[in-house]
Design a protein around this ligand. Structure first.
Ligand SMILES: Cc1cc2nc3c(=O)[nH]c(=O)nc-3n(C[C@H](O)[C@H](O)[C@H](O)COP(=O)(O)OP(=O)(O)OC[C@H]3O[C@@H](n4cnc5c(N)ncnc54)[C@H](O)[C@@H]3O)c2cc1C
Length: 380
């Protein structure tokens, strides 16, 4: 299942396990179960802190497996085989359940640990979805940090009946305690902010205490990041307020037209962009949606930007770099059926339309590429 090079790398990672973990496998008689058995039997000998046993309960999806920290309530479950884009999620889950610390900010870790209540998450992913690992990894980490949080990641292509019954037509799709909860790419911070009912209030309070900026950039895509770097390099006090730092680039897989960089990937470029901005004294305020702009009453006074969480920021100069959004067709049902038949990512969501009739709207480069890719999966 794993080639020699990967095995060697994985073994080196497994040396970092600090606490014993067990892999608890639920098989059936499918070919996929055979593949899963092979994978788990290859993982077990990689560390003497890993053990493998079969699941006794009948109340779990098959094929699936749990990774549990022995002697605790901490664990995560994968239904299906987390290869493809989810392989990193598997490696991180093994490490984190095994006590290896995460790189998440301490403030967010504490916020997760303080979450009260019982949260049973299920995430549907596809192995070709590049946005899914972020969600899978965030929820896995949360269940490692807080035993009140449980998470199962499910390969939608393998559990078609379930996907049909729940009308899952886009990935990642997240269910919480049996109810549809969220769709699309979400960061750990975004998930925590939605669960922490007081987070808006706390954020608004922090925001309101900020001094007036010389330059405030609204939007954290490449344009906003460049504007902030330029302003800050001149010694001007600068802030960025962005609904989602990174912008569209975060959703891009391969980028091959950034001169001097023959190939990079969106999330990697966003990471580098953030690092670059942090080289300067720029106040990055992520997950802040601007809702209203109140221009200065007269020259020399500050403009005010009101945010969705109730906070407000002041600045003498504003740079608006709010980029682009998916274009709407304006046809009836488009909003109601978003992610329930109306999809925007052929690579991510294509496998969920296996055997179905699909129309691609738009015949430019992206439309033609989508049609060619989908033709290999869908009915027509
Ligand atoms: C799938 C895909 C693939 C692509 N591939 C390539 C490629 O290979 N090469 C290439 O050159 N280009 C590519 N592009 C285009 C490229 O990503 C965009 O041209 C670029 O991101 C535009 O940058 P921007 O900063 O102007 O806006 P965006 O990237 O759109 O960023 C807008 C920013 O504003 C924020 N924002 C919006 N509204 C508000 C609000 N009310 N309050 C606060 N913040 C707000 C957003 O959260 C975001 O941070 C691709 C785009 C997509 C979607």
């Amino acid at each position: 299942m794993l080639d020699a090079g990967i095995k060697e790398q994985l073994k080196a990672y497994m040396d970092k396990l600090q606490q014993p973990i067990e892999l608890v496998a639920a098989y059936d008689d499918s070919d996929k179960s055979q593949e899963l058995r092979q994978l788990l039997e290859e993982l077990e000998p990689m560390s003497d802190k890993i053990s493998l046993r079969t699941e006794e309960s009948n109340d779990v999806r098959r094929p699936s497996f749990a990774i549990n920290r022995i002697g605790t309530d901490i664990g995560v479950r994968f239904a299906g085989i987390p290869m493809g884009h989810e392989f990193t999620s598997l490696v991180l889950a093994l490490l984190q359940v095994g006590g290896h610390p995460s790189k998440a900010a301490q403030e967010v870790i504490e916020q997760v640990q303080e979450l009260d209540g019982s949260f049973e998450f299920e995430t549907y992913f596809s192995l070709s979805c590049q946005n899914c690992p972020d969600v899978v990894q965030a929820l896995n980490l949360m269940s490692v940090l807080n035993p009140n949080i449980k998470h199962t990641s499910i390969d939608g292509a393998l559990f078609q009946d379930e996907v049909e019954q729940r009308e899952v037509m886009a990935v990642p799709s997240v269910y919480l305690n049996g109810e549809a909860w969220g769709q699309g790419r979400m960061t750990l911070e975004e998930i925590v902010a939605r669960l922490d009912t007081k987070s808006d209030e706390k954020e608004a309070e922090k925001i309101n205490q900020k001094d007036t900026f010389e330059v405030l950039v609204i939007g954290g895509g490449p344009a906003g990041a460049s504007a902030a770097i330029y302003a800050s390099r001149k010694g001007i006090s600068t802030g960025i307020a962005a609904e989602r730092f990174g912008g569209q680039v975060a959703d891009t897989m391969g980028i091959e037209n950034l001169i001097s960089v023959p190939y990079t990937e969106g999330p990697k470029l966003v990471g580098a962009m953030e690092q670059h901005v942090k080289e300067y004294d720029v106040d990055i305020m992520n997950m802040q949606r601007a809702e209203k702009l109140i221009p200065a009453a007269k020259p020399g006074l500050a403009h005010e930007v009101r945010l969705a969480n109730g906070g407000s920021l002041k600045a003498r100069t504003l740079v608006l770099s709010t980029g682009a959004r998916w274009r709407q067709l304006g046809v009836p049902g488009e909003d109601e059926y978003r992610n329930k038949g109306v999809a925007y990512c052929p690579h991510c969501d294509g496998p969920l339309f296996k055997g179905k009739r699909v129309a691609v709207i738009g015949g430019g480069n992206s439309g033609v590429e989508a049609a060619i890719d989908l033709a290999g999966i869908v009915g027509h």
